[in-house]
Structures are given as structure tokens and as C-alpha cells.
Design a protein around this ligand. Structure first.
Ligand SMILES: O=P(O)(O)OC[C@H]1O[C@H](O)[C@H](O)[C@@H](O)[C@@H]1O
Length: 533
């Protein structure tokens, strides 16, 4: 049987076994026998070791999850019955796993290292991917080390923004800004809300020495084109006659970008999905900030995770174990969301990045064969960095009515030397996961904490280009694992199209009130009020 004909999770024998297991051991109806983290730790001295999973650059403690050995074994059985290993091998080999768009998911190929002699011992697509990367890195080094540009403004949205923005923030101590090296300042603009571009242009940019990077896979995204047009108009208004040298496109559609009037095009393959594109020329601002070696280190970290995903047995394969855990919580324990709490200021945009990665990939209700799903898919991903989050929504995590698995991300080595901060930060992360698990008995109801609330802790030695690469690749593959079991195509995103189309109609109706008749009464009423201002 090929990966195309794989059964969906709810069609397997393991699914029914998992349902029975969850009902007998994990539901309130199981009464005193229900799984309790405090009891299993007391009964099992080996639980931490047994439920820990080392992977490249990351150590994962899964022991504080609502999961026992039987459930874990059944989940692995489920993965086998769903032919996950075959699907994974097909995706990594560049098979056309994105059926509705008739293409592969090429992001792991972007991370393949060059072979020793400088040539790639790989397919034609891998070789052209390598050539694209080479071209981007030569360009980024020129911008980084040259004098032509003092400011680089990266314009892009969704996958053409979230990855580079997150990575530049996360790796700030390694970038130009913090190492004191010469080089341009970096700015990001995503929203079509003019406040964002206006705010960047107001930072004292000298038009003659400003480069705009227009990052759009399709080169057809409304927000990006609007910002790119306004940037071009600004250059002209500031007296720049020849704007083309100030505009570089990063795109899979160089034909469209050239027609726009850019002076330079950096290309990447159509088979690289937007939310998986940090590793391509979309990473240009990161390459400028880090330098070519730093960018290659990011790719190497991600590649190490790719190898782990491809080679490690399912039982000790971290992306597989996390993806299975996601299915377990979503479908057997009915958790409708997962909270991500990075205890590192550099990872403050990670929840936003993961929202696109996981919810755009797996927020679907039909399977890859077009059949309605019989089970729930992607949970809501949400979060904020610790310790800020503790002073906002952790109340709900500790005493609210919903089951929310929490993911703590902790980094051992800080990149600052301020006394006392790091230990206090880490102590808080560990304390929160302990508090969720232990709870508190108290005579007063409002001071009671039920406890037995689950969490995972991902531990990184340091936040380096390599460890960030590994972390993001881990999340990509975990998302693929859950999507594969749900039977989804995790690589398309048709759900974003309808709203875009309707926006065009509303924009037209703004100018022509007679067109209001084509709108529903609520939208027409709101538009009428808005027009008055
Ligand atoms: O890179 P672009 O083609 O401009 O696309 C930017 C973003 O917009 C789309 O609507 C999708 O939702 C995203 O997956 C994509 O990353």
C-alpha cells in the first residue's frame, strides 16, 4: 500500500483501542482509578527518564503529560497503522504530498548540506535549490558588508514575515545590531494598515540609502503589493529617480516581480510552502543580520532535526512523539487548545509563528481525499512569553474549567550577563509546571488548585542559529505528523481565499454605495457608518 492510500486515524483498529483506554483510565468516569500525575510519579521512579526524549539541540521532558505507557504504545501502533513512516519518507523525498496544489513540500530539501566538493549529490530540484541559496547568500553578504544601504525594510506577510521576523528577534545577540558590526538596520512591515509602514518610514530613513525587500511567494498578496507601492511612491517623493536598485523581490514568481519594476529578483521553488519558507531566500533579512555562516548554521540545525525525524524509531522520535501527543489530547482528552509559553524574550513571537504553522496547516475539516473529517483537527495555539504570561492568563491554566496542555520552552544559557535574572526566570518556568501538576488542597474553595494539569518542557542549551533551526523544524514535523494521522493535506490553505475575495468586493462598494445592495444587512450597515467618517 502506498502513502497515498493510507488509512485515516479513525479507520484503524488502534483508534478504537485508544478510545477504550482513554475512557477507562483518563475520564472522570474512571473515578479513583483515573490517571493522576502525582500518583504515577510516586509509583514510578523511572517516569522522568522513560518519558524524556533527547533530539538534536533539544531535550524534551514529556513526563508531566496525561499519558501512560499503554496509551503511548497504542499511539505508536496508530502511527504504524496510518502508515506514518511511509508518508514521512515520501514527504522528505519530495513526493507530491500536497495533492490539491499538485506539488511536493520541499522545505526539508532547502536544508540539505552542500557536499564536500561544493556540488550537491542530489536531484535536480535539490541542485537548483542550492543555487538559489548560493545566490541569496552572495547578495546578503553584499548588503551586509557594503556601504550602499543603511536601512533594509522587509515587506511581506504570513509566511513571508513571521519566520524571518521571529528568527531575527530570537537571534538578536548574534546579529549586526548587537555584535556592533557594521551593516544596515533591519525593519519589518507586514500589515496593510498604513500605521506600520508609516512608523518605519518615520525612523529617520534616508531614501537614497534604503533597500526594500518585497517578499511574496505569489507576488500577488494584497497587503504586500500595497506596501510595496507605497514604498516606491515614498522613494520617488524623497527624490530617488531610479527606484529599481532600491527594490529587491524574493518570490517564486520572478516574472510578476519584474513587471512590478524591481531591480533584482531572488527566487525560490514553488514547492516551498509560505509557512515553511524561512529556509529559502525568504530568510534574506536573517542572512543579512547573521551573515552567511550563521544562516547556514540555522539550516544545519534544521537538517539535524530532519535526520532525526527520518531515522529515529517512532518510540524515540521527538516530532513523532509530540505529534502523537497532540492527537491524544485533541481527540481522546478533548483539549481544544494548546498554550505555548517560551521563557525567552527572543522567542516572544513564537506563538504567532506557530499559529500560522499549525492552524493554517491542520485547521481543516475535509481529508486529503475530500471526505469530511470524523474527528476534530488542529487545536487553537496560543501563548505569550513567560513570565509575562503568568501575570495575564495563567490564572485560567491553574483554576479554569478547560484542559489546556502547556508547552514550556526553556533555554539553559542566557545571552546576557545581568545577575539574578536567568535563575529567576528558569525557577518560574519550573515552578509553573510543578504548580500545574501538584495543585493545592485548601479548606477555602477559591484557594484550591485541582492539579494534575499537563505540561511539556522543551529544553535548549542555548538559543543559537542551530538550535533555533532544530526547534522550528521540530514544530514543522510535529505538525506534519498530526496532520498525517488526521488524513489531511497539511500543505494547502484554501481557507484563506474566500475572505480575500470578499474584501475586493467591499473595497469596491466603499466607492459605490449602490453596490451595498449586494452585501448582507450587517456588512452594509457597518459600511454605511464607516463612510460617514
Ligand atoms: O508570500 P505570499 O504569496 O505573499 O503569501 C503570504 C501569505 O498569504 C497567504 O494568504 C497565506 O495565508 C499564507 O500561507 C502566505 O504565507
Amino acid at each position: 500500500m502506498s502513502w497515498r492510500d493510507r488509512p485515516r486515524c479513525d479507520e484503524t483498529p488502534a483508534w478504537a483501542l485508544l478510545q477504550a483506554h482513554a475512557q477507562h483510565h483518563f475520564s472522570a468516569a474512571a473515578g479513583g482509578d483515573a490517571f493522576d500525575l502525582r500518583r504515577v510519579f510516586a509509583d514510578d521512579a523511572r517516569r522522568f527518564d522513560d518519558f524524556s526524549a533527547p533530539a538534536p539541540h533539544i531535550f524534551a521532558d514529556l513526563s508531566k503529560n496525561l499519558l501512560d505507557r499503554d496509551a503511548r504504545a497504542l499511539l505508536v501502533q496508530l502511527a504504524r497503522e496510518c502508515r506514518l513512516p511511509e508518508h514521512c519518507a515520501a514527504m522528505l523525498a519530495g513526493a507530491p504530498v500536497n495533492g490539491t496544489e499538485g506539488r511536493a513540500a520541499l522545505h526539508p530539501l532547502l536544508r540539505l548540506p552542500d557536499s564536500g566538493d561544493g556540488k550537491r549529490d542530489a536531484s535536480q530540484i535539490a541542485r537548483s535549490t542550492s543555487a538559489d541559496r548560493q545566490e541569496m547568500l552572495i547578495f546578503s553578504e553584499r548588503i551586509r558588508n557594503g556601504d550602499a544601504f543603511k536601512d533594509v525594510v522587509h515587506i511581506g506577510i504570513g509566511g513571508s514575515d513571521l519566520g524571518p521576523r521571529l528568527a531575527v528577534q530570537a537571534l538578536a545577540p548574534h546579529t549586526l545590531e548587537c555584535t556592533g558590526a557594521r551593516g544596515p538596520r533591519l525593519h519589518f512591515v507586514a500589515n496593510m494598515d498604513g500605521h506600520e509602514l508609516d512608523g518605519v518610514l518615520a525612523r529617520g530613513l534616508d531614501a537614497a540609502r534604503t533597500l526594500f525587500v518585497i517578499a511574496s511567494k505569489s507576488f500577488g498578496t494584497a497587503e504586500t503589493l500595497l506596501n510595496a507601492r507605497s514604498a516606491t511612491a515614498w522613494l520617488r517623493a524623497q527624490g530617488v529617480r531610479d527606484v529599481a536598485p532600491h527594490l529587491v523581490a524574493v518570490t517564486a514568481r520572478p516574472d510578476v516581480a519584474r513587471a512590478f519594476g524591481v531591480g533584482r529578483c531572488l527566487q525560490f521553488a514553488d514547492g516551498v510552502g509560505g509557512r515553511y519558507s524561512l529556509w529559502s531566500a525568504i530568510g534574506l533579512p536573517l542572512a543579512i543580520a547573521l551573515g552567511a555562516d550563521g544562516f547556514r548554521a540555522l539550516l544545519a540545525g534544521a537538517h539535524a532535526m530532519d535526520r532525526h525525524f527520518a531515522d529515529a524509531p517512532l518510540e524515540s522520535n521527538l516530532p513523532v512523539q509530540l505529534g502523537l501527543l497532540d492527537v491524544w489530547y485533541r481527540n481522546f482528552l478533548n483539549a481544544s487548545s494548546r498554550c505555548v509559553a517560551p521563557y525567552h524574550h527572543g522567542l516572544r513571537r513564537l506563538p504567532a509563528y506557530l499559529q500560522q504553522l499549525e492552524m493554517e496547516s491542520n485547521g481543516k475539516s475535509v481529508d486529503a481525499r475530500g471526505r469530511p473529517l470524523a474527528v476534530a483537527s488542529a487545536p487553537v495555539i496560543w501563548g505569550e512569553p513567560g513570565t509575562n504570561a503568568q501575570h495575564a492568563f495563567f490564572q485560567m491554566l491553574h483554576q479554569g474549567s478547560d484542559l489546556v496542555p502547556v508547552e514550556f520552552i526553556v533555554v539553559s544559557q542566557p545571552a546576557h550577563a545581568l545577575a539574578g535574572h536567568h535563575q529567576a526566570l528558569i525557577a518560574n518556568a519550573l515552578a509553573q509546571s510543578r504548580a500545574l501538576m501538584l495543585g493545592q488542597v485548601h479548606v477555602q474553595p477559591h484557594l484550591r488548585f485541582a492539579g494534575n494539569r499537563p505540561s511539556t518542557t522543551l529544553l535548549l542549551d542555548e538559543l543559537s542559529p542551530a538550535s533555533l533551526g532544530a526547534l522550528l523544524a521540530l514544530y514543522e514535523h510535529r505538525t506534519f505528523v498530526a496532520g498525517s494521522l488526521w488524513g489531511l493535506n497539511s500543505f494547502d490553505q484554501w481557507g484563506v481565499e474566500l475572505g480575500k475575495r470578499l474584501a475586493t468586493g467591499i473595497e469596491a462598494a466603499w466607492q459605490h454605495p449602490t453596490a451595498d445592495a449586494s452585501l448582507d444587512p450587517s456588512s452594509a450597515g457597518l459600511l454605511a457608518r464607516l463612510r460617514r467618517h
